[in-house]
Design a protein around this ligand. Sequence first.
Ligand code: HEC
Ligand code: HEC
Length: 352
Amino acid sequence: MDHQSKALTLPIARFAVGSIIFFLVAWMAGAEPDCPPPLPKDTLPAELALNAIPSGLAPVRVVPDDNRLLPERVELGRRLFFDPLLSADGSVACASCHDPQRGFASAAPRAVGIHGKVGTRNAPSLLNRAYGRTFFWDGRTATLESQAIEPIVNPVELGSQISDVLAKLAGNAKYRQAFAKAYDGGVTAENLGRALAAFERVLLSGDSQVDRFQAGHASALTDSQRRGLWIYESRGSCWRCHRGQNYSDEEFHNTGVAALQLQPDPGRFTVTHDEADRGKFKTPSLRGVSRTGPYMHDGSLATLRDVVEFYNRGGGKNPRLDPLIRPLDLTPQEFDSLVDFLKALDGSELTR
Ligand code: HEC
Ligand code: HEC
């Protein structure tokens, strides 16, 4: 190589290496995305049934006296649920994380909120929350009304200030009218929580194959699903926690999911400060479960097969593991049957 072309190659090589580094850094920065999660459209039926309770569910929902289910309240809550106006920069709505097409849960293992910020927990399904006794994975709130305010002000979810949200709503003639029609006092924080809660109370899932089977229609379940039900109720001990009409005891248990994390989520401990509650999480309902993955409070298990595998090997070992969680030694056929049974809990979700 002569002197001249050497002098030329060096800057070119430097330029090439520089560009590679530049793109590498840009790409790595891109891995921490700045973009909000996708915002699903409202594709629910035009008319939502307020008083029709699908079979298998208790006929009475917990509805506070000051928030009786009225069409104008549910309608208002529905609009708010899909409206990114509730977020600081107008990019994220409740529906961004609670996607109607996914049983009102999220496809992201850990919730992705405003500016693409990633939280620490999975967004749970909102189906049948009307029957819930406490809310959040650690049960830190007691009503849907008070729960609804928290994501609005959570800096990694909607990232707003309540005063700003109320000002935006009050500045919108349609919202002002809708609030005045639905509640005394018009646009207030309390009424905002009430309207979102009213909408959530009509998100019901029932009338599944399992409900029909239990109502006496033996052919509603396949042989495999019946075998799965048997394991669920016998060796699997699943029913001991996922029990009752909503397949949840609404209690907190240590199945060892957190024990497998690098920095274990303390779960219920954060609320009670009782060491015995460290690593306990609320038993999720299993209704509509085939659509609500990924699973567990941290979204660490992608599929129902992964969940059954987790239980089959005895959960996540730790000193406080619930004694009901122990290796199940399922045969491959039993394994498939249990998965098939869980799928038969899909029901009359609004979006099918
Ligand atoms: C950025 C994603 C995100 C957004 C936006 C969001 N949520 Fe959530 N939601 C979550 C996560 C994550 C949890 C669980 C958090 C925890 O347990 O600490 C949750 C929990 C809930 C629960 C409790 C369910 C249960 O079974 O205990 C309800 C109800 C709920 N959200 C309603 C709403 C409403 C109403 C809005 C809009 C005002 C909203 N969420 C906005 C991610 C989100
Ligand atoms: C000791 C009580 C207990 C028993 C027994 C139990 N579970 Fe669970 N289950 C839980 C709790 C608590 C969670 C949430 C754990 C977490 O996220 O840390 C859970 C989560 C799940 C989930 C994920 C749901 C979601 O929305 O993320 C599925 C599916 C499930 N269990 C199915 C089963 C099956 C099938 C069995 C029987 C083999 C079973 N469970 C036995 C308490 C129990």
